[in-house]
Design a protein around this ligand. Structure first.
Ligand SMILES: CCCCCCCC(=O)SCCNC(=O)CCNC(=O)[C@H](O)C(C)(C)COP(=O)(O)OP(=O)(O)OC[C@H]1O[C@@H](n2cnc3c(N)ncnc32)[C@H](O)[C@@H]1OP(=O)(O)O
Length: 212
């Protein structure tokens, strides 16, 4: 496997050895977005299906074959594409609910999101854990935007105001409230039309050099 580069950085209080995963932004191969889209579709179809034994056996065989095909292409984190490529929908991750139409200025970011059958909790509503997942992603990316040094989620406070439907286009808005030293305070809301589904407050703390 390829190795991530090691770098030495100054933290202003003298040099400290800091492990930096210097990404060599991997080029996105033709067809990669379609592969991740196929994974999303698969997740939704499996979540929605009640297959018989014959179909289960056929799908298991094909999925196992696909996993075997991918095994030789595994890479260390610094050289992966999924979850890291901003040019791909959902950054190329099938974990995060699909986000698109993102527009942003320095203090407000808006976009659309759709939870699939894969994210279903019960009664047509998204699983409660998927909503902080969305907020962590959209708040976290905004907190780390504009060339800021990396910050990590310290807390997310989520208020579930009303049910969040799956298989419906929703809207989110995120606000970069303020920065205090290493602390970045964010808020956000998820809406189904006029109806507020969930609200969030989050703190993201900038990592010190060398901090894991
Ligand atoms: C581009 C990427 C987009 C995706 C982003 C996704 C982000 C993520 O999901 S990150 C993964 C989830 N988060 C984690 O794993 C974090 C685990 N925790 C940690 O690493 C550490 O606790 C960390 C970095 C948050 C803070 O630790 P540390 O740097 O030691 O903080 P510390 O020096 O004690 O505190 C700094 C300040 O933050 C405050 N603070 C830290 N944690 C909290 C907290 N949970 N609640 C309130 N305040 C806090 C402290 O009180 C302190 O404030 P002040 O400067 O006013 O005294």
């Amino acid at each position: 496997m390829e190795q991530a580069t090691m770098a030495t950085v100054s933290d202003g209080e003298g040099l400290s050895s800091c492990r930096q995963n210097r990404r060599q932004p991997p080029a996105v191969p033709t067809g990669y977005a379609e592969m991740i889209e196929a994974v999303r579709l698969l997740q939704d179809r499996i979540a929605a299906a009640a297959p018989d034994e014959e179909l289960i056996a056929a799908v298991t065989r094909d999925l196992t074959h696909a996993a075997e095909l991918l095994a030789p292409a595994e890479r260390e984190e610094a050289f992966r594409i999924s979850g890291f490529s901003e040019e791909l929908p959902g950054n190329g991750s099938a974990l995060i609910p699909l986000v698109w139409d993102v527009v942003s200025d320095a203090s407000v970011r808006r976009g659309r999101v759709r939870f699939g059958s894969f994210h279903l909790g019960e009664n047509g509503a998204a699983h409660g854990g998927t909503i902080p997942l969305l907020f962590d992603e959209v708040l976290g990316r905004f907190a780390n935007s504009d060339g800021r040094a990396s910050a990590r989620t310290a807390y997310l406070h989520v208020d579930y105001r009303s049910v969040t439907p799956v298989e419906k286009d929703l809207e989110f808005v995120v606000r970069f409230e303020r920065e205090e030293g290493r602390k970045r305070y964010m808020t956000g809301a998820l809406r189904d039309g006029e109806r507020v589904c969930a609200e969030v407050e989050g703190l993201f703390v900038q990592l010190r050099p060398g901090q894991p």
